[in-house]
Design a binder for this molecule. Structure first.
Ligand SMILES: Nc1nc2c(ncn2[C@@H]2O[C@H](COP(=O)(O)OP(=O)(O)OP(=O)(O)O)[C@@H](O)[C@H]2O)c(=O)[nH]1
Ligand SMILES: [Mg+2]
Length: 416
């Protein structure tokens, strides 16, 4: 075997040179870039295994070694098969060939199941950790400030949301005896409550009552319209019913209007509102009774935006029931967030066991409160809200039926 070296400016010219000089049956032992071009080493003549081994790159050499090993193994197998006895005489020590691994049907699904299971377990672990940490935080809080912890528990018994409770306690000095600290806490709560002084009955104007279903919007509209009519005459008042969804909704107001001699208009859609309001321009008081919406219904926010865009300015009040729990009230207030609300009205005070959730929603949202409704009697069971009346009722109800507060509830208040 003869080894020759070739040099050219690039690989293509080098190969062309080799082909021209030695023909197509030439073995290229190596190629490499050198200054000014490439260098090829070629071999012609009978193959020299040692030379080939030397110039074969490592991976290729390993592949060749494997191939040689496979070839030798195949040869050995053929030989031993030829010499081997019949299959039943195969000694037991020789293990049968392992069956090819089978992929179970729905293997992907199985993997997803495992991931889901792991996620569930991680979720449970996170929950456990959070619980333990909140438990530790509550214990730490209680041991560092037993008075603050006692105030927290008392506010929870009165139905105040934990976040609000922590915030008002943090504002107070929480020193001295419990009674003094409690007075400070109530004063801090009082600071967060704003009431409007009888906006509808005092001045008249255009108002809209909106809110979730069944909270008493229509009843409140009737009460306020009835009160105003009693004071200023029924010709000064008009009610507008916008609830075209619910069967008989218009009828509820119409019947009331007929009884007390108040004009009641119905609109089939919000688009008709501007026209109706323009038509009622001579009325001192116009109350628009809005349909009830679930807080998650996008139509709720849409209806608020429509009211805001009316050519006649309308003060919109969010109506909430005192018997709704804090979490639901939070959702209701959250759904109306960012909309131009003039304030809120709290209904069904007579039905609620505690005023804590309503007070928490008011204090956290900072929505001014206009009216409190505490019964079904039209027009009697309504009064203009004042912070004093709200707090007095809150304290009376809390004292009469304090909620039982489990340690876990307090720990939850400190959840991260
Ligand atoms: N106990 C009590 N019941 C009330 C009060 N206000 C309203 N209700 C009753 O609650 C029920 C629903 O009142 P509506 O005025 O129809 O409620 P709404 O918000 O207009 O309901 P939708 O139009 O269906 O969304 C009626 O039976 C009312 O008599 C209140 O302050 N206390
Ligand atoms: Mg209604």
């Amino acid at each position: 075997m003869k080894v020759r070296r070739y040099f050219a400016a690039n690989m293509r010219s080098a190969l062309e040179l080799v082909r021209q000089e030695q023909g197509p049956d030439v073995l290229i032992l190596s190629n490499r870039k050198v200054d000014g071009g490439v260098e090829l080493l070629t071999a012609v003549g009978e193959a020299d295994p040692e030379l080939i081994e030397k110039f074969t790159p490592r991976p290729a050499r390993e592949r060749r070694a494997e191939e040689r090993y496979d070839e030798r193994r195949d040869e050995a197998r053929h030989e031993s098969l030829a010499a081997a006895p019949a299959p039943r005489d195969v000694p037991r020590s020789v293990p049968p060939p392992a069956p090819a691994p089978t992929i179970p049907d729905g293997a992907l699904w199985t993997r997803q199941e495992t991931i889901d299971q792991m996620q569930r377990e991680l979720g449970a672990l996170k929950h456990l950790l959070e619980n333990q940490l909140s438990g530790l935080a509550w214990n730490d809080y209680s041991s560092r400030s037993p008075l603050a912890a006692r105030l927290m528990r008392a506010l929870a018994q009165y139905g105040i949301a934990p976040r609000l409770a922590r915030s008002v306690i943090a504002e107070t000095a929480a020193i001295g005896d419990f009674d003094e600290a409690w007075r400070q806490v109530i004063a801090a709560l009082r600071q967060r409550i704003t009431c409007l002084s009888d906006p509808v009955l005092r001045h008249g104007g255009h108002f809209a009552l909106c809110g979730p279903t069944g909270v008493g919007k229509t009843t409140l509209a009737s009460k306020l319209a009835g009160r105003y009519a009693l004071a200023r005459g029924s010709h000064t008042v008009a009610l507008v019913s916008t609830d075209e969804q619910r069967l008989g909704a218009h009828q509820q107001l119409r019947t009331f209007g007929r009884l007390v001699g108040i004009t009641v208009r119905s609109v089939r859609s919000f688009e008709e509102l501007p026209e109706q309001l323009a038509d009622l321009h001579d009325r001192e008081l116009v109350i628009i009774d809005m349909p009830g919406f679930a807080p998650t219904d996008p139509a709720f926010r849409q209806s608020l935006a429509t009211l805001y865009c009316l050519p006649t300015p309308v003060d919109t009040y969010l109506v909430m029931s005192a018997s709704t729990d804090h979490q639901s009230l939070e959702r209701i207030v959250g759904a109306a967030e960012g909309q131009a609300l003039a304030g809120c009205c709290i209904t069904k005070l007579d039905e609620a066991a505690t005023l804590g959730p309503a007070l928490s929603a008011i204090a956290e949202s900072r929505l001014p409160v206009a009216y409190l409704s505490q019964g079904q009697q039209v027009p009697d069971d309504v009064e203009a809200a004042t912070p004093a009346a709200l707090l007095e009722q809150f304290l009376t109800m809390g004292k009469a039926s304090p909620a039982s507060v489990e340690p876990a509830f307090m720990e939850q208040a400190f959840a991260i």
